[in-house]
Every structure is written in C-alpha cells, then in structure tokens.
Design a protein around this ligand. Structure first.
Ligand SMILES: *Cc1c(COP(=O)(O)O)cnc(C)c1O
Length: 372
C-alpha cells in the first residue's frame, strides 16, 4: 500500500451502507409550499416536474407516474402490447421488470445478454422472433450502458418497439447522450434506493408525442372520457415536488459517484478483480460500481466482503437468471451469458456519502483476499 493511503487495518471492522439517504435542505420548504395548493396528480406541480425531467434528460416528453413498475405497465400499453403478444427481455434483471409483462397478458420471452455486459444480444433477439413479437425491454444494470444504439437500429428494422428499463441509469450516457435518447420509450423509477429518489415514484421519457399522449391518457383512467381505457398511475404532487427540487443535485451526485469509483479502482491491485467492461462511447452513472471476478468460487469472495461489512446487491437480492425463480420456471430458456455475468460479478457502493476512508477500507479488503 502506498504511504499516501490512509492506513487501514483489515481488523477494524466497518459497516458500509449501500443506502444513500442525503438530507436535502430544500425538502421541507418545498413540501410546505406544495401543501398550499392541489396535491393530486393533476396539480401544476406535477406538470412542472415533468418539464424539468424532460429538460434534464434532454427528452421531448416526460410523464410522471407512481412507480417504476407503473412506468413499465404504462409503456407496454403505450406501445400497443396486448394479451398474447411476445415481449423479449434478458433474464438478468430484477423481478420488477418481468411482472408487468405478465400482468399485461403478454408472454415474456428470454433472450441472452452479450458476453461482456447486460445488453440484449442481437443474435439471440433474432432467434427469438415470432409473428407475435411486438417489443423488447433492454435493462442496463447498475447504471452501466448497453449497446442501445445498435439495438434501436435492429428493432426499427424489425418493426418492433424498444422499451428501456432505466431504473438504475439516470445520467448514464452513450456517445454523450442519455440512454433514453436511443429507445422508443424509457422507464425510470424514483424509489428511495434509486439515483433520484421520491420515496415511491417513476416517470416515462419519449421522443414520440403519440406515445407520450397514450402514456398520459392511460395513466389517468383514459381521462375518464369513457372512450379510452386506462388505470390510475398518476404521481401525487408531494413526491413530484420533492423530485423536482432534488433533481437540481443529481448531476453533482453522479459526478461524486464517478469520482468515488475512479478512486476505489485506482487502489485495486488484485489479479482476479477488475471493473466490468464499459462499452465504447459509454459512461456509467455508478449507481453501483460493478466488479468482474475470476475466482474459482466467486460467491466465497462476496461472502468474505459481506462478513467485512461490505454489502453486495448480488447477495442482497440473490441475483440469478429470472427463470431460476419458481414463479418464472415455466418461461425458462437457457441464457448462458446472462447466467455467467451474474455469477462472476459483484457490486460495490460508491454513492456520494461513501467516505475516502471507506473506499480505502473496501479496496484494502478486496486486495487482501487470499481465496483462489
Ligand atoms: C426498482 C426497479 C424497478 C421498479 O421500480 P419501482 O419504482 O420500485 O416500482 C424496475 N426495474 C428495475 C431495473 C428496477 O431496479
């Protein structure tokens, strides 16, 4: 260890938090002000939040909804998914992404990822196509960009829709543009654990005015006009107000995440641990730093870090290909790349409240691992 490093004894146990809950000085004044007006989902406060989201993400249209799951439900409806349609997705995502497909009465069809990352593999997509295929959901995990540009060109040539689940990826870019630039419609979550947090909440971004209108109408009971079907997925004014005011801190927070990731990576000197490959032209938001592992027993390494108080999403959520979960076993289609990716990685928290001493502590423990 270089002598500029803060001395870390692996014997001093810390508990690293993977929860980022900053205190925002503006929250209370914002809530007080909001409470003086309408607090429903049709309040002007929500419209103002939507405008600020569209601006921040450089998108034409934003529609605020009550959760990331709601965003997926609404997006599936907006692109025209009906009962019996096939919707493709990779099995390396959370359960949250697949349930809305099933709820829509559609068939979730698993396609494999690329070997080096969580983007859908074009060859696997082509093999899965049937006349029933109407859309694919691509899910960049932990804020690492996927090849959404190539996938968008492919889906356009095939005449199917590209839905992006960007619940982890606020601020992730490809060729200098937000990932949402590359899909037909993008879904975000603002659940407490996500990079922009409103407790519960979500939003949709799209460059297509018709998709935005269908999303807006559907999430407002078809505007109760009795002609258009819909459900209530509106975001209430209080979380919208919080989201609007917190959005002002998001760029700075992502910059700090990137700085923390760079710092930790600069301290690593393990032959069997390296950062997950970042695709050409891409820049992660570092929702979590992803490390690729080459140990004979990668789970033992994750357990070792966990015992040292360093948490992993892989362990927390028991990440595995979705068809390994009992409720999804009937959708099994072997996806070896996705299985291998999940089995050979871990996540490291680098959120803005992680201190330099904590980054040193995590790097020291990674470097000190004696397993093979
Ligand atoms: C969190 C998450 C969701 C669901 O978002 P909620 O706001 O919790 O409904 C969907 N997809 C992914 C990838 C997520 O991480």
């Amino acid at each position: 260890m270089s002598d500029t490093t803060i001395a870390v004894s692996p014997d001093v146990r810390r508990t690293i938090s993977d929860k980022y809950r900053p205190v925002y000085a503006d929250d209370l004044p914002t809530l007080e002000k909001t409470l003086r007006g309408s607090i429903s989902g049709t309040s002007d406060v929500v419209t103002a939040y939507e405008r600020s989201l569209a601006e921040w993400f450089d998108a034409k249209e934003a529609v605020a909804v009550s959760s990331g799951g709601a965003a997926l439900n609404v997006a599936l409806y907006a692109v025209g998914i009906e009962a019996g349609n096939d919707v493709l997705l990779t099995p390396s995502c959370p359960l949250c992404t697949i349930y809305p497909i099933i709820a829509a009465g559609a068939n979730p069809i698993f396609v494999d990822t690329r070997t080096h990352g969580f983007g859908a593999d074009p060859e696997s997509v082509k093999r899965a196509l049937t006349p029933r295929t109407k859309a694919i959901i691509d899910i960049p995990m932990w804020g690492y960009p996927t090849e959404v540009d190539e996938l968008y060109a492919l889906t356009q040539s095939l005449g199917i829709k590209l839905i992006l689940d960007l619940a982890h990826s606020h601020g992730t870019t490809l060729h200098g543009r937000p990932l949402s630039h590359f899909g037909d419609i993008s879904c975000f979550s603002t659940h407490e654990r996500k990079p922009l947090a409103t407790g519960e909440g979500g939003f949709i971004l799209t460059g297509d005015a018709a998709l935005a209108q269908r999303s807006r109408d559907y999430s407002r009971f078809g505007n109760l006009n009795g002609k258009d079907f819909g459900l209530n997925y509106k975001l209430a004014a209080l979380p919208a107000a919080i989201g609007h005011s917190r959005l002002a801190s998001l760029s700075e927070q992502i910059a700090k995440r990137r700085e923390n990731a760079r710092y930790l990576l600069s301290k690593l000197d393990s032959a069997k641990v390296r950062e997950k490959r970042i695709i050409d032209g891409g820049e992660p938001n570092y929702y979590f730093l992803n490390l690729e592992l080459e140990f004979a027993d990668n789970r033992a390494f994750i357990d070792y870090l966990d015992e040292a108080g360093i948490p992993s999403d892989i362990k927390r959520y028991g990440c595995k290909a979705l068809y390994e979960f009992p409720v999804l076993a009937k959708y099994r289609r072997a996806c070896p790349n996705a299985e291998n990716l999940l089995a050979s990685m871990t996540t490291i928290p680098v959120h803005p409240d992680i201190t330099a001493a904590e980054l040193d502590y995590m790097a020291a423990h990674i470097n000190a691992y004696r397993g093979v």
